[in-house]
Design a binder for this molecule. Sequence first.
Ligand code: F0G
Length: 451
Amino acid sequence: MNDNLHQLRCFGCGARIAGADAQPHFRCAQCGELFEVEYPGWNQKKGPDRPNAGALKWLWRERRSSLEGVDQSGVWRFRELLPILDSFGNAVTLREGNTPLYHLPRAAQALGMDQLFAKHQGMNPSGSFKDTGMTAALSVAKERGFEWVACASTGNTSAAMAAYAARAGLRSLVLIPEGKIAWGKLSQAMDYGAVTCQLKTDFDGCLSLLTQIVREAPIYLLNSVNPYRLEGQKTPAFEIAEAFDWNLPDHVIVPGGNLGNSSALGKGFREMVELGLVARMPKISVIQAAGANPLARSFAENGGKSLEPVAANTRATAIRIGNPASWRKAAKAIQETGGWCLDVSEGEIAVAKAEIGAEGLGCEPASAVTLAGLKKLRAGGKVAAGDSVVLVLTGHTLKDADYTIDFHKGALLSEEEARGQETQIAGLRRNAVTVEASLQAVLAAMKGTAA
Ligand code: F0G
């Protein structure tokens, strides 16, 4: 049986092509924009290929008790909404997805809110949200007979790609900016056996070089310009809907780097409305680091109509991206839902990350922009006390342990960066103290005074 029901539509000029006809760099031959996956059968109101909302909700929940790999995956569990493979039996899965949705009681109280949650995508097999996209796009690569896959990365995409490639028995090539990715992520690419090239350029430089390479060699590109990545990354939207019993929260807040994730979640929520699974989309807001804020600038200056690339710099290295590939798709998600795009400072990111740590969850710095952004939205009156809000935490706290240790040692932020937040920082810091191996010394340390 052929499970494949998709085609590709250019996000710029609307031209349609068969999935198999996509160029290896995934840009429209006519206008140069990116593609998105569409499913023509869904448009017929009662056609055999249009999924039935009520039946799906039941089926997806049933699959949670199945012993089959594709059912246990939080991506392929929803496979009726991503029919991109000739056979779902070809799916390469590490049982990704099905990530927890946590209440954030302390942050909620501090913000005078009740309904504040974190969807922790760092609880995926390789420790980031990229696994949900990688299972989808790498399965396509495997099914189409590629031997090599490749990506440019700030670290998490490469970790996820290397893991899935290893599972599938494919070779993988990683291009990363030298010295600008967290060690945890670099170690994963090596552990899973990728050919790892550190280049003397930034992420944007790595991606543009890789685009040239895939035009010349039979290598399958697995960055989020690949529209199949977004099909996997839209599934957390389904999980959020399911967790809220199909009455979506008011607001979902996402970090923004290359802007694939916000685009994917927007697509997921949009498709659920189109198929009658939910009544409306949540507001989608995207938060960037102030040093890597091209979309936030674009929204401040022209409402997201055009984007000027910036030279990016932030310690949240995952989102150190100045020329985001999917900005048009992300802008659409923000605009159509009435969300916002803001930026937050290095100090605000560090404090928010420590606060998420103090909830017993932790996340990597890039994920913490969501809480920092929510504080700004609350202060600006854009989020009400009674609103239900989900922060999408994209990466695990162990991805960038150096950042955490530096914060708690007081070695992360400059005086300038910490200005105005000194009291909060002092309240959050928990430096490891070195004390004598004696009862008195440890008891004294517990009281806050090293002997
Ligand atoms: N959070 C984390 C932890 C990330 O690794 C990334 C992107 C983002 C947020 C931003 O997501 O790019 O879809 O807007 N990391 C990419 C990488 C670029 O190479 O791992 P986005």
